[in-house]
Design a protein around this ligand. Structure first.
Ligand code: FES
Length: 122
């Protein structure tokens, strides 16, 4: 199973507004209305990172343990609900678990002057 990324040929697409992203939390998105979140964003202050919702452990398995829940209890790492792999939020590297050393796939974002968050070409 794999999770598709947004089609880069479509150009920048609005994902949400910064105000829709709580600080030190994660949120999943389904920009192509596929019926499941294909990416997630983690906000820490003004910094945003986005990753495909696809664990490198098992063929792109979805990672959240419930809607928008991609982080551990203290919000310091990304966690895959399937087998507990823990990932660095900024680098996407697996730091603990069955896919140690493997990485999540980044999803490039841009923030406009008005605070709109866009998906951009990789
Ligand atoms: S599928 Fe993510 S840790 Fe196994």
């Amino acid at each position: 199973m794999s999770s598709p990324v947004p089609d880069p040929r479509q150009g920048p697409r609005r994902l949400c507004h910064l105000a829709d992203l709580p600080d030190r939390a994660s949120r999943g998105f389904d920009p192509d209305a596929r019926g499941r979140d294909v990416l997630f964003v983690v906000r820490r202050g003004d910094r945003l990172v986005a990753w495909r919702n696809a664990c490198p452990h098992i063929d792109g398995a979805p990672m959240a343990w419930r809607k928008h829940a991609y982080l551990n209890a203290d919000g310091s790492r990304i966690v895959c609900a399937a087998h507990g792999a823990q990932f660095d939020i900024d680098s996407g590297e697996c730091l603990l678990g069955p896919c140690l050393g493997q990485r999540l796939t980044p999803v490039p974002l841009a923030v406009g002057e008005g605070g709109d968050v866009f998906l951009i070409d990789p």
